[in-house]
Design a protein. Structure first.
Length: 446
């Protein structure tokens, strides 16, 4: 095994730590080792076995209030993980208005507006967007990532290809409704045939948003505030002919649906919760993605058998370092801000969070950090597992498999799909770069 040796301040740190903070087995050897003659060694060659497992869960993608909710549209193709497709569905609302019975108004145009809010993926590639009309209105229900697709017309009402902006914005994509359709809709508003949400959805039924792009790219569109039908008309009763608009926003019935296809990939065998695919089959990397239903599993098969130095006194610290496979901050594929670590069983069920920190009372979370000031881009997630690893080594806790995941509860705003679409590739312990390491800081005599 490769062993790194530290001295100087580490000696002082080890002495202070042992005398002021540590207890239990860390006192082993004190009767034969002079506390003034201690050193701290770092061991980072503990064997780690990693694999990717499936998550058989769904997440809410609809919202029932007019919050800043989004519909996600796009595709992601990966040779190891397969294809993830997202489509959006929405009804239309009906605002209070005074059009019924009016005789002094003239129609100008009817426009479908889509408020583009953010993107995820390679924004240097062209994004294709298709708008289809639903065949039946959406029910006002709670929808999930795996909810069934609502039937829509195969031929799209509109199609457009354009470049997405990499950052969050309020850009609107506009499609002009054909004049004949606009006139029919307008006449029904004037006659009162359309006078409520119900009659509105009987006429339009709603829209499906899809993309045929082959690039790894998702786009989010507002489901309430910035998307809907805008009617342009004029009051011709006076000489000025005042221009007016009436906005029909997307309604409260909306959701995004995710479809996963792993056929023909190394992860094709992931069908149940108990299945796992070793990182040796996926290029020495594993995956974490809520939308794709993937988590990373970690096993330390020989944790109690690492080489202990002579005059071994005890464990002074332990950190688990995860290396994301990413080369730049400007790839528009921001990793999750935080990862969580859970203990599991042979069925890959989450048993509880791993006790973290020196005392095992800290939250088992690791925050994404990066440093792009040097010649190479460096980033990582680091878990402090001092208490947990120490207890496993002493056989006071079982050496269970660990599961790396993002927050398993729904986002604070269910319709905000950023957390669901984010994905992360983690290097295994066998990689030369972006490597996963368990670092053990061992206290021993000099």
């Amino acid at each position: 095994m490769r062993t790194s040796w530290f001295s100087g301040l580490f000696v002082l740190l080890a002495v202070a730590t042992l005398w002021a903070c540590q207890s239990g087995d860390l006192d082993v050897g004190q009767s034969v080792i002079n506390p003034q003659e201690l050193d701290v060694q770092s061991i980072d060659t503990v064997t780690i076995q990693t694999s990717t497992i499936a998550v058989i869960e769904s997440y809410t993608t609809s919202a029932t209030t007019q919050a800043d909710t989004n519909m996600l549209v796009g595709n992601w193709n990966d040779a190891n993980t397969g294809k993830l497709t997202a489509r959006g569905f929405s009804s239309l609302g009906y605002p209070t208005n005074s059009l019924q019975g009016a005789s002094n108004l003239q129609l100008d145009s009817l426009v479908l507006e889509l408020g583009y809010t953010y993107s995820y993926g390679d924004t240097s590639k062209v994004f294709n967007l298709a708008i289809h009309q639903l065949r039946q209105p959406l029910d006002p229900a709670v929808y999930y990532t795996n909810s069934s697709v609502v039937a829509y017309d195969e031929k799209p009402l509109f199609q457009r290809s354009f470049l997405l902006r990499p950052n969050t914005g309020t850009r609107r994509i506009r499609f002009r409704i054909p004049d004949a359709t606009a006139r029919e809709f307008y006449s029904r508003l004037l006659s009162g045939d359309i006078n409520s949400v119900t009659s509105m959805n009987e006429y339009w039924k709603g829209f499906a948003l899809a993309s045929s792009t082959t690039e790894n790219l998702f786009a989010a569109f507002s489901a309430f505030r910035a998307s809907g039908l805008r009617l342009y008309y004029r009051d011709v009763s006076g000489v000025a002919q005042t221009a007016n608009t009436l906005y029909f926003p997307f309604g409260t019935a909306n959701y995004s649906q995710f479809l996963t296809d792993r056929s023909g990939t190394p992860l094709a065998s992931l069908r149940t919760r108990t299945d796992a695919v070793s990182s040796t089959q996926t290029g020495q990397q594993t995956y974490v993605s809520r939308g794709a239903g993937l988590r990373t599993k970690i096993v330390f098969p020989y944790l109690g058998q690492f080489d202990r130095p002579e005059a071994y006194a005890g464990l002074n610290g332990a950190t688990l370092e995860l290396g994301p496979i990413r080369r730049t901050l400007f790839d528009n594929t921001t990793p999750p801000a935080q990862l969580l670590l859970y203990e599991s069983n042979s069925q890959n069920e989450l048993l509880g969070t791993v006790p973290a920190g020196n005392l095992g009372s800290a939250t088992p979370g690791a925050t994404y950090v990066f440093d792009n000031r040097g010649p190479e881009f460096l980033d990582s997630y680091t878990f402090d597992l001092t208490y947990y690893i120490g207890q496993v080594i002493r056989r006071k806790l079982p050496n269970r498999p660990l599961i790396v995941t993002t927050n398993i509860v729904n986002p604070t705003r269910p319709g905000d799909l950023r957390a669901i679409v984010q994905r992360l590739s983690l290097g295994s312990g066998q990689r030369t770069t972006d490597r996963m390491r368990l670092r053990l800081y061992i206290t021993s005599g000099i």
